[in-house]
Design a protein around this ligand. Structure first.
Ligand code: P6P
Length: 336
C-alpha cells in the first residue's frame, strides 16, 4: 500500500498525462472546480453557526448579506469557472436558462452542468448534502455555447463527480478511467486520494427509496420492494432499508456498500423528481464506471436523449444485479 499523499490536483494531472496530446485545459477545469468546492465547503461547514453569523437575507457580522447556501454555492461555482477560458457555457439546477461566459472572457471547448447544493433543505438538520457536476465537450463550433451544448446524452460525458459534505467531506469523480474518491484534509485544505478505483459490489443488501410514496407507485415497484422485504437466506433477503433523503449521500453509500437507490415515477409525477442532466446522468456515469448500472426503468440513463435542460427522470441506480432484477419487476408491469 503506497503511502504517497496524492492530491486531487496531482491525480488529475497524472490522468491528463496518460492521454497523449492532452492540452491541460481539462485538468484546469477540474482544478478550478475543486477551488469552488473548497469555498462551498467552508460555508457549508459553518452553516450550523448561521444564528451567530446572521440569517439568510440579513447582513452578517461582516456587513455582507447572508445568502441561501444553494444560491451561494451556485454563485461560487459560476465565479470560479467563468473566466478560465476552458468553458463555452454552463448550466445549473438553480438557473432556468444556460449560464453564458461573460463577453470579455475567452470561450473554451468544455461544458459544465451542475447541481450546486443538492439536498440543501436538509442542512438545518445537519444531514449530509452534496454538489454534483457533469462535463462535456462542446458540440457547437465556436464562440458562445448553446443550449444544445448543455443537452447532450449522458454517454457523451467526459467527466462527472459529486462532493458529499458530511462527517468528512469527500469528492468522488470519474474521467472514464474508473472512479476515485478524495477526502478533504481541513488542516491543509487539500483533497487527498483516499478511495482509489472504487468498485460497487455486484449485489448489495440495502434498498433506498422514500416508502412514504408507496401508495403512488406502480405495481412493478410495489412488488419489487415487497420481494426485497421477504425472507430468503439464499438471496440475502430481507434487505435493509436506508433512506437519508439527500441523494448524494444515498448514492455515496450505495456506491461503497452496494444495493439500489430508486426514485421511481408515480401516479402523481410520472417522471419522478430527480433531474436528468445534472443529477441522474453524472451519477449514472460514476456508477457505471464503478461496475454498477443506472436505468430509468425502460433504458440506460446514459442513453436517454434529452429534450429539455431541466427534464426529470425516474432513477434506478446501484449494483448491477440489483438494478437488473428491479428492471425485471418493472417490465413485468408493462407485460401484464
Ligand atoms: P423526497 C433533495 O431535496 C432531493 O432532491 C434529493 O437529494 C433526494 O434524494 C430527494 O430530493 C428526496 O426527495 O421526495 O424523498 O423527500
Amino acid at each position: 500500500m503506497s503511502n504517497k499523499v496524492i492530491t486531487i490536483e496531482r491525480h488529475i494531472i497524472d490522468g491528463e498525462r496518460q492521454h497523449p496530446g492532452a492540452t491541460g485545459n481539462f485538468s484546469a477545469v477540474l482544478r478550478d472546480l475543486t477551488l469552488a468546492i473548497k469555498v462551498i465547503w467552508r460555508e457549508v461547514s459553518k452553516a450550523g453557526l448561521v444564528n451567530i453569523l446572521g440569517v439568510v437575507g440579513k447582513e452578517n457580522i461582516h456587513g455582507d448579506v447572508v445568502k441561501k447556501l444553494d444560491v451561494f454555492a451556485d454563485e461560487a461555482i459560476y465565479k470560479a469557472m467563468d473566466h478560465g477560458g476552458h468553458l463555452c457555457v454552463m448550466a445549473s439546477e438553480e438557473n432556468e436558462d444556460v449560464l453564458h461566459i461573460p463577453d470579455d472572457y475567452p470561450k473554451g471547448k468544455y461544458v459544465l452542468l451542475f447541481d450546486p447544493l443538492d439536498g440543501s433543505s436538509n442542512i438545518d438538520a445537519n444531514v449530509s448534502i452534496g454538489t454534483i457536476f457533469s462535463i462535456y465537450r462542446r458540440v457547437s463550433n465556436s464562440g458562445k455555447g448553446t443550449l444544445a451544448d448543455c443537452t447532450q446524452p449522458g454517454y457523451k460525458q467526459i467527466a462527472a463527480g459529486y462532493v458529499v459534505y458530511g462527517s468528512s467531506t469527500m469528492m468522488v469523480y470519474t474521467t472514464g478511467d474508473g472512479v476515485h474518491g478524495f477526502t478533504l484534509d481541513p488542516s491543509i485544505g487539500e483533497f487527498l486520494l483516499s478511495h482509489e478505483n472504487i468498485r460497487v459490489p455486484k449485489r448489495g443488501r440495502i434498498y433506498s427509496v422514500n416508502e412514504g410514496n408507496y401508495r403512488y407507485w406502480d405495481e412493478g415497484v410495489k412488488k419489487y420492494i415487497k420481494y426485497l422485504q421477504e425472507e430468503d437466506k439464499g438471496t440475502s433477503r430481507p434487505y435493509s432499508a436506508r433512506y437519508i433523503g439527500s441523494m448524494v449521500a444515498d448514492i455515496h453509500r450505495t456506491l461503497l456498500y452496494g444495493g439500489i437507490f430508486l426514485y421511481p415515477g408515480d401516479t402523481r409525477y410520472p417522471k419522478g423528481k430527480l433531474r436528468l442532466m445534472y443529477e441522474a446522468n453524472p451519477l449514472a456515469f460514476i456508477m457505471e464506471q464503478a461496475g454498477g448500472a443506472a436505468s430509468n426503468g425502460d433504458q440506460r440513463i446514459l442513453d436517454v436523449i434529452p429534450s429539455t435542460l431541466h427534464q426529470k427522470t425516474p432513477l434506478f441506480i446501484g449494483s448491477e444485479e440489483d438494478v437488473a432484477l428491479c428492471k425485471e419487476f418493472l417490465q413485468a408491469r408493462t407485460a401484464r
